[in-house]
Design a protein around this ligand. Sequence first.
Ligand SMILES: C[S@@+](CC[C@H](N)C(=O)[O-])C[C@H]1O[C@@H](n2cnc3c(N)ncnc32)[C@H](O)[C@@H]1O
Length: 280
Amino acid sequence: MDLKDDIIANIGILENYCWLPKRAEQQLGLSTKSFKEDEFGMELRYNLIKNKLLMLGVKDVVDLGGNCGYFSFQMLDENIVRKAWVYDNDIDVLNFGNKVANYLGLQDHISFIEKSLSLNNINELPEVDLVLCLNLIHHAGVSFDVDIVEKMGWSKYATDFLKILRKKYRIAIIGVGFKKFRPIKWSVPRRLKPIYFSKIANQAGWKVVYDANIEDLSFIGERLANGRKTKKTPYIFILETIYRFVGYRAANIISKIFEKLFSTKHGKNKLVNYHIYILQ
Ligand SMILES: C[S@@+](CC[C@H](N)C(=O)[O-])C[C@H]1O[C@@H](n2cnc3c(N)ncnc32)[C@H](O)[C@@H]1O
């Protein structure tokens, strides 16, 4: 099978995070969307990253849990970075990424590295100016670093993780899923999770320069989505007070009732569970 047929045969089989970069789609005459649903907002997240990075003059990127390299490929093709290192522990998506790299002639600019990332080894990663860590860290305690998260709790874990990244990188783009049971070992009411993650980033020495819920991004755009879920409104103040003095469960119940009554949700889609932070 030649490279082209191989890519076409595998794109539909691999998971929904495995997305073809635009140039590959054009050259192959296909769209990834005709094979799978864009349930994680691949293009939406990429466009935001591109717009935010254009001004910041980055050179190289390390992509943690980067799957088959969609974000890195796009950044290389749009001259946002010169070199990318994509780390993942799934050999199938890495092999696919390597095939796409060869097909696009980018094999000298992108490296796919099989590695089981952990709090214990992220300080060994290449020291460049930008790190992407999209939709990985909320899986800590479940699919990796189970013992460490069990011992220290997710809040301390995430703080230590971001502290290590802070020492190595000038800019970090972090995607986090705030779900009912994720991150585990982190008893924060769901509505407060985006705010508490900002606090974690600050404690680790980062400044949050942009943050948005991904569903907000898709419905109201980059400017209006910025900080919408991390703003200190009177409602958030009341919720935080209940959380502090009455407890996690009470705050969760009240926020559920409040959001049912005054919901501004745009519909039921997975994107509402995900948040993106740009840290400097
Ligand atoms: C939820 S997907 C996110 C993919 C991509 N970053 C994105 O946001 O579109 C998580 C990725 O991290 C990888 N992964 C999970 N645990 C990992 C670990 N401990 N070390 C390296 N990769 C890991 C998975 O194989 C998967 O490709």
